[in-house]
Design a binder for this molecule. Structure first.
Ligand code: ATP
Ligand code: MG
Ligand code: MG
Ligand code: MG
Length: 467
């Protein structure tokens, strides 16, 4: 059965509504309730205080399709993009949640019913993991659901025990995997080959069962809860009969559009996948109020944009291209996310500004790097060069690392950081004299990519489009 991603999203929410869940809209990517978290990276983030009992809602069951970004902090999949079939920086996490309502039995039964009866996945392709100490969950899978024992693996805490932080709610997980078939490299969960893309994790069911105290003791929660997450793009891939997330409808549309805009016919090129991934995260980050800058969330956004621009350059893009992909993204996702449609013009404008600024120094930086690489001895790009590319040409270190990896090289991260630190100290010293000497001598390099005041430009843009 082939279904569009939009239909699958709706089927999921509809199924859980029919099981008494309140459908809740996705919260923004900048978490409103947690300044320590870089980006919303799971469906449970907006419900954190509900799980902690600090916030009451008029329902005890909820379902959502949550936009997530994993491009920094504890969950960082940026380096996986373009290399695995299943990772994005931006993805949607389908979830169902129980706030002290149902627990393991119902959660497992709901998941199984959705997968095998609603979207009708063949049972024999599904594999399951449970936490190695969770006999209760294992018994439900074996005795009530009837999954054969050789397809249930007991796994340690690294993958199958979840906690909100060092203290607070925590508990075991059970995960469901789909076998894409022998022709793809990889082994079942719990084997040394599990990192391959044959057995792809689709759904994580977390059982919040304990409250962990500062001294490490775990006290059973009076009302245990459930938090689940299934990657929409991963289930879409299965239902659309393809292996990679990048082959699903939304991604194919974005990839074709990018190819057209850039002017290439090489639809299988890895760089197109990277660009299609990055236009989603960059656009939605801007929709949710992040602006390119040199620190924090804004720097993550800037780094992703610059990576995308570099991949476009690799494909031979002439001039700014990235912002032109927002229109197709809006075609694909605007219905599910009206905030994207509303801000399309702002997103385009911000991306274009950022792209044009970086575009000015990109070619020069690339040719400096190329020259250096032809005379490179060994496999490590020196930290000073990585720093020079950063400082003068606006190459974030991870962008240089991305290029290095394509050529089977590495960067000297420690050397780069040492050079950064030296620069900071120089700037501080200069500051003691009342003038920022450091800025004064670097006008050329810095203005090349910092020549506009981002805060002002967003304000201007907003004013422009509100008029
Ligand atoms: P993986 O082991 O494949 O990296 P994960 O264990 O890190 O996944 P969870 O934190 O358990 O993922 O998130 C729940 C679900 O969200 C996953 O089972 C998967 O379907 C989806 N998911 C997680 N990370 C990504 C990503 N970067 N891109 C797309 N989907 C993802
Ligand atoms: Mg992961
Ligand atoms: Mg995993
Ligand atoms: Mg997982």
């Amino acid at each position: 059965m082939s279904q569009s991603t939009a239909e699958i999203r709706n089927a999921f929410l509809g199924f859980f509504e029919s099981k008494g869940h309140q459908s809740v809209v996705s919260s923004p990517l900048v978490p409103g309730n947690d300044p320590t978290l870089l980006f919303t990276n799971a469906g449970m983030v907006q419900f954190k205080d509900v799980f902690l009992g600090m916030e009451q809602r008029p329902y005890t069951r909820a379902t959502s399709s949550q936009r997530c970004v994993r491009a920094g902090g504890k969950h960082n999949d940026l380096e996986n993009v373009g290399y695995t079939a299943r990772h994005h920086t931006f993805f949607e996490m389908l979830g169902n949640f129980s706030f002290g309502d149902y627990f393991k039995r119902d959660a497992i039964q709901f998941a199984w019913e959705f997968l095998t009866e609603v979207v009708k996945l063949p049972k024999e392709k599904l594999w399951v993991t449970v936490f190695e100490e969770d006999d209760e969950a294992e018994a439900i899978w074996l005795n009530e659901i009837g999954v054969p024992k050789d397809r249930v693996a007991r796994i340690g805490a690294k993958d199958n025990f979840w906690s909100m932080g060092d203290t607070g709610p925590c508990g075991p997980c059970t995960e469901i995997f789909y076998d894409h078939g022998e022709h793809i490299w990889g082994g079942p969960p719990g084997t040394p080959e599990e990192d391959g893309d044959r057995f792809i994790e689709i759904w994580n069911l977390v059982f919040m069962q304990y409250n962990r105290h500062a001294d490490g003791t775990m006290e059973p929660l009076p009302k245990p809860s459930v938090d689940t997450g299934m990657g929409l793009e991963r289930i879409s891939a299965i239902l659309q009969g393809v292996h990679s997330n990048y082959e699903i409808d939304i991604f194919q549309a974005l990839i074709k559009d990018a190819a057209k805009v850039i002017g290439t016919n090489d639809l299988e090129n890895k760089s197109l996948r990277v660009i299609a991934d990055h236009i989603r995260s960059c656009s939605f980050l801007i929709v949710d109020g992040v602006m390119p800058s040199n620190e924090g969330r804004g720097y993550v956004l800037r780094r992703i944009i610059r990576r995308a621009v570099r991949h476009g350059n690799k494909l031979g893009a002439k001039g700014a291209f990235f912002y032109k992909l927002v229109a197709e993204l809006n075609q694909q996702m605007g219905e599910a996310y009206p905030e994207l449609t509303k801000q399309q013009a702002i997103v385009e404008k911000m991306l274009k500004l950022e792209e044009e600024q970086f575009g000015k120094t990109l070619d020069r930086g690339l040719s400096i790097l190329d020259d250096a690489l032809t005379s490179l001895e060994g496999k490590v790009i020196p930290g000073e060069l990585v720093f020079k590319l950063y400082d003068t040409y606006g190459f974030p270190a991870d962008l240089t690392a991305d290029i290095a990896r394509e050529r089977d090289l590495e960067i000297d991260q420690a050397g780069f950081e040492a050079a950064m630190q030296e620069q900071r100290e120089r700037a501080q010293k200069a500051n003691n004299f009342g003038t920022d000497y450091n800025d004064a001598i670097k006008v050329e390099g810095k203005t090349a990519f910092l020549g506009y005041n981002l805060t002002d430009s967003k304000a201007n843009i907003v004013a422009l489009y509100q008029a």
